[in-house]
Design a protein around this ligand. Structure first.
Ligand code: EPU
Length: 417
């Protein structure tokens, strides 16, 4: 077993380069199977969620070549066989194989996906979309069997703007007959990246990034290329570290407007940063003003930055409220923050955080990916030593996090226990 060990209190100086977006890459990799020839995906982050998807793709008979973040997926020997439960539960994004295989073969069998425990995480909106396109769905235990004589374009009004359901319905609809219109679609920027990849293959999709996506079914998708967009959540996590400890810390290789909601809040808190075309330089803030944050779908404040942002709130001069509206359980880190010395009252999904509190290093556990990231932020500003167990959660979403932080002056390492 491994754990992260942090000695807190060191300034962060230099440049952190942001990797490709996890939540884009985990959809682009399955999407490659929709094509009938080799696809190239560039800027793929080296994270364990990527490896879990590779294992599924190999299980399905496809080959993958990878070098320096560039991967080539050859789907020409794709076999539409049952994806085992062991493979499905390794990550949330395994659900994208439902849309892909249903779209391509009109039949798919697989189990419920896995992923971080941040709420009940149903997939009913995905399944309702597939049904509206003509799929019959049978559930046997944990296994889903989706079958359609043919898929026909239709109008699908999502009851919630789900990221996963929007992408999965795009996958199922690309080969459907006629026009599919997704209304109340999720507007996250990752969805534009997925649309671009599918259109490079020859799909006819428009509207990604808005709440109405139109997909005109095609008969053939050829091999294509795409570059994964920068990870706005990874960028946001390091921007927050810069606000706490930056000495002209540069966060590079980003699209600053993707982090607009976060930057607006940081401005409100009094943080000093300078935005350039593809980077942000950020300095430690000595006097954080209190703010309230409510997570929203894009372009609102992202749920995935809720937990890292809560660490800044422990340093504000006054009372902050962090309210989560997307997931029921973005709260796994709070007991550990309290153990570190933070003053937090929890009421369901609303945390009232009273600052400014000194944090003192202690032993903690990452309960999910972003809880783990939040604990790293806490450890970096705490006095003494903070240890974080269950670090697999962190490694599923942050490429080279130890190296990136060590390179800018953090005292952080992975230790075998
Ligand atoms: N929901 C349903 N039914 C569904 C699908 C979703 O009720 O069929 C509910 C969920 O329970 C949740 C809300 O809708 O309350 C949002 O879910 P969404 O489908 O948008 O989330 P997701 O696609 O499963 C992706 C990211 C998450 C990120 C959310 C919201 C991936 C693999 N995951 O999840 O990322 O929090 O969108 O932006 O893309 C993370 O990176 O830490 C992470 C959890």
């Amino acid at each position: 077993m491994e754990r992260i060990v942090i000695e807190g209190g060191f300034p962060l100086k230099g440049t952190i380069t942001i990797s490709g977006a996890k939540n884009s890459a985990v959809a682009l990799i399955p999407a490659a199977l929709l094509a009938n020839d080799v696809c190239t995906i560039k800027n793929v982050p080296n994270i364990t969620d990527r490896d879990a998807l590779f294992d599924i793709i190999k299980w399905l008979g496809c080959t993958i070549e990878q070098k320096d973040g560039i991967i080539k997926i050859d789907p020409r020997n794709l076999k539409n066989i049952l994806i085992t439960e062991e493979l499905s539960i390794r990550l949330r994004a395994s659900y994208y194989f439902m849309g892909v295989l249903l779209g391509k073969y009109k039949h798919v069998e697989m189990y419920f996906p896995g992923g971080c425990n941040i709420g009940s995480r149903p997939i009913d909106i995905h399944l309702d979309g597939f049904k509206t396109l003509g799929a019959k769905i049978t559930k046997k235990g944990h296994k889903y069997i989706l079958d359609a004589k043919e898929l026909k374009g239709n109008e699908i009004n999502l009851k919630f703007a789900s990221v996963g359901a929007t992408i999965n319905i795009m996958f199922a609809a690309v080969y459907a007959k006629g026009r599919t219109i997704i209304k109340n679609a999720a507007k996250e920027v990752e969805i534009i990246n997925i649309m671009d990849f599918l259109n490079n293959m020859g799909a006819k999709i428009s509207g990604a990034g808005t709440d109405t996506i139109v997909i005109d079914g095609v008969e053939e998708l050829k091999g294509a290329e795409i570059t994964v967009i920068p990870d706005r959540i990874e960028a946001g996590t390091y921007i927050l570290m810069g606000a706490l400890l930056g000495d002209n810390l540069k966060i590079d290789g980003i699209i600053p407007e993707h982090n607009q909601a976060l930057l607006n809040k940081l401005k409100e808190m009094g943080v000093d940063f300078k935005i350039s075309e593809h980077s942000i330089v950020i300095n430690k803030c000595e006097n954080f003003k209190p703010v309230n944050v409510r997570t929203e779908v894009y372009p609102g404040f992202p749920t995935d930055l809720n937990q890292p942002m809560s660490i800044l709130m422990t340093q504000a001069n006054g009372t902050c409220v962090m309210e989560e509206t997307i997931w029921e359980k973005r709260i796994g880190h709070y007991p550990y923050l309290q153990k570190l010395g933070a003053n937090i009252e929890l009421d369901g999904n609303k945390a009232t955080i009273k600052g400014k509190t000194e944090l003192k290093g202690t032993d903690t556990n990452a309960t999910d990916l972003r809880a783990g990231a939040a604990l790293i932020l806490a450890g970096l500003i705490a006095s003494g030593t903070t240890t974080i167990n269950d670090i697999d959660y962190i490694l599923r979403g942050y490429e080279n996090i130890i190296l990136k932080l060590s390179n800018v002056g953090a005292k952080i390492k992975i230790e075998q226990i």
